[in-house]
Design a protein around this ligand. Structure first.
Ligand code: TXA
Ligand code: MG
Length: 348
């Protein structure tokens, strides 16, 4: 049975302490963060962490991020090899930045899928921070979705995927950012961004000097050897086949309408994912709006929940318009391309 705690209007400490105790003693607790909902287990207990892989159906070789609530917890889990780590955490924590560092032995080996490094992050969400603080232990937590599905940005998504597989789900309302944290690897020589997120390349470069994107980020899923093990799996996928139609606004609108017509003639139900500014060009009862094409934050916040909404609408195809956007859209673009398994139609 799963206990659901409603914390949308604020924290009830009696209930949160109960959840923290369950977490500490080896149970699974799903909790909100500023990025997406996490599925937490005590990172010091191998058996507790095993339950995460079971509940999500997650491949065993994909490491989990350890969530902490204090600098002491960071030092307990990871070796700080570079003073710049302290500058980074001073500037960006609590916040959507995961730092990969050499792992210490107390962290259960299955948390990091046997790797000698561990990803650590201090979330900027009061419920998450208080839960971790009250539990008194570092908390291993991937996104709280069934592996391969869109990440959960509301408690109802967690309920959809994990009801009766976890002990507690804490409902803290909608996640304010809606895309997962930036992952930066500082365990080797140079700093490498393994996953783009809210904390940008330039923000990190200011602190770190030299920094680069991993090949996997730059090239998408195909081709390159993934350094972040999570990169190689199917991700964020809606039930329908998602196709990105990329190009100049007028061309992509025409292309989408043409593709939609053809697919409908074959009897398929076709969803459209578009921007406010272009929505009037598409005539469909299965049209959902990502946000404004000038507001990366708004679009990022909406992406995952819209992908889930298409599942409810029961569409066979989703045609999503896309263009050339600035770096603020990079995290969103990275998730969208993965959700589409790099299925992109370019119109010139
Ligand atoms: O925003 C987030 O980071 C959310 C919330 C819950 O905090 N968590 C999250 O966890 O997105 P997950 O498991 O869905 O994604 C973790 C990513 C994966 O791509 C994984 O491969 C990478 O981080 N990762 C974790 N530990 C790593 C390590 N030691 N080395 C390289 N990559 C690592
Ligand atoms: Mg995930």
């Amino acid at each position: 049975m799963t206990i659901i705690i409603d914390a949308k209007e604020g924290i009830d400490y009696e209930k949160l302490e109960k959840a923290a105790l369950i977490l500490r003693e080896g149970g699974l607790v799903a909790f909100p963060t500023e990025t997406v909902y996490g599925l937490g287990a005590n990172a010091l207990l191998k058996d507790a962490v095993d339950k995460i892989f079971w509940a999500k159906g997650r491949p065993q070789d994909n490491p989990l991020i350890v969530h902490i609530s204090s600098k002491e917890m960071l030092e307990m889990c990871a070796e700080i090899t570079d003073e710049k780590v302290y500058v980074l955490i001073e500037r960006f924590w609590p916040g959507p930045l995961t730092i990969v560092l050499p792992k210490k032995n107390v962290v259960a080996d299955n948390v990091t899928a046997g790797l000698s490094t561990v990803g650590v992050r201090m979330p900027a969400n009061k419920i998450a921070l208080e839960l971790i603080r009250l539990s008194g232990v570092p908390v291993a937590a991937p996104s709280a979705n069934v592996s391969g599905k869109p990440s959960p940005t509301e408690a109802k998504h967690v309920i959809e995927d994990l009801m009766n597989k976890v002990d507690v789900i804490i409902d803290g309302g909608k996640c304010s950012f809606g895309l997962e944290s930036t992952v930066v690897d500082l365990s080797g020589g140079e700093a490498v961004i393994l996953r783009p997120g809210a904390i940008s390349y330039y923000a990190l470069k200011e602190v770190l000097g030299n920094i680069e994107y991993s090949k996997a980020v730059v090239e998408g899923l195909s081709g390159s050897v993934p350094r972040s093990p999570g990169m190689k799996y199917k991700h964020y996928a809606p039930d329908a086949k998602l196709i990105i139609v990329k190009g100049r606004i007028d061309k992509r609108i025409d292309k989408i309408n043409e593709m939609k017509k053809k697919l409908e003639l074959k009897g398929y139900r076709v969803g459209i994912l578009c921007f406010y500014e272009t929505a009037h060009n598409f005539d469909s009862q299965y049209k959902l709006i990502l946000g404004s094409m000038f507001d990366a934050k708004e679009c990022g916040r909406n992406l995952f929940s819209l992908l889930r909404k298409f599942n409810q609408l029961g569409v066979d195809y989703i045609l999503c318009e896309w263009g050339e956007f600035n770096l603020e859209f990079l995290a969103l673009e990275n998730r969208l391309y993965k959700a589409a398994a790099n299925n992109i139609v370019e119109v010139l």
